[in-house]
Design a protein around this ligand. Sequence first.
Ligand code: ADP
Length: 398
Amino acid sequence: MEILVINCGSSSLKFQLIDSESEKVLAKGLCERIGMEESSISYTPSGGEKMVKTTAMPTHHEAISAVIDFLTDKSVGVISDMSEVDAVGHRVVHGGEYFSQSVQVTDAVLKKIEACNELAPLHNPANLIGIDACMKIMPETPNVVVFDTAFHQTMPESAYLYAIPYKYYEKYQIRRYGFHGTSHSFVSKRTAEILGRDYNSLKTIVCHLGNGASISAVECGRSVDTSMGLTPLSGVIMGTRSGDIDPSILGVIAEKEQISTQEVIQILNKQSGMAGLSELSSDFRDINRAIQEGNQKAKSAFDAYIRSVVRFVGAYAAVMNGVDAIVFTAGVGENNPNIRKAVCDHLTFLGIQIGDGANDVCGQEKIISTPDSAVKVLVVPTNEELAIARETVEVLNS
Ligand code: ADP
């Protein structure tokens, strides 16, 4: 089957056309500045050069049309007609408590996604616009939605309830949801395959460390705890997000700076994390360089980051009463050996041993622990698009 995977943001649209049998990416690209001036689409066919075209995209409808034009183009296209696309798989950020798995789009499904808009006001409305555009432009093609939150719906109440008045959970569904679920699911399954172990009996801690970062405890194929919460702001320190802080800080900053709570939350999302602490950059490549040049703030930010990751890994080993494997994934987890080493140096009490030179790996699947390490440590590159394509096929076949 040929699956078009769509990841819609408010002004962007990422796409990949994936052949589900060979799992090969036939083409991929990105529409940027949708609804703004100078909008453009970049497109890379498999084995070909990346090309960029400036084209007016006042809405996501024009963006989808531009994607179709490229995919079916006589010289650079990879299919002759859109009828060759068997289904579209959409990433949707928030499925609330409605969705614990991927589903085919129906009117009822759309209503439920809309009901979750309040929980993810920046993301869900954009995801819905993308689905609407595909339904209008390709009315015969089925659409499947894959949720960032769905994998974590298996968490027990003890993991998802916040200790605030219970009525807020009942009235407003305020609870921990967790995100990056597609990645946590994909990476934990792949870990079991690599280790030759039964997924349904393994205890894995997945460290998805990218610009956004979350850590999850996956026990017997089910997410039992995760670091992000009602929104993707909580948990470990991230590129520009604070991660967990004392909630009173919100009121203190709002009062001292004479700004609204919403403005403080914006600061916690966009100007905090590594960028806020280092006063330099959200990108670990810059942080590493600065540390080598003796920049003390960069070093302090690095140490705080490691501490925040270690806290979750330690906690989740306790939550599961043991751990078989710890996995690093996403931009930082896959490409930054310093971070992996610094985290693992704190975990020797678990019997973890990293192999000599084994950790010098970037963006590649590898077991980096020694054969007799009590807990296996791995690098497993995530592939959210492939995971969405697989889910889409599964839903259609079910
Ligand atoms: P997002 O959450 O936006 O999907 P990514 O998973 O792409 O983020 O991670 C982006 C981060 O990965 C960058 O900010 C950078 O710190 C880190 N990163 C990417 N490539 C490298 C590399 N080669 N070496 C070190 N860090 C890297």
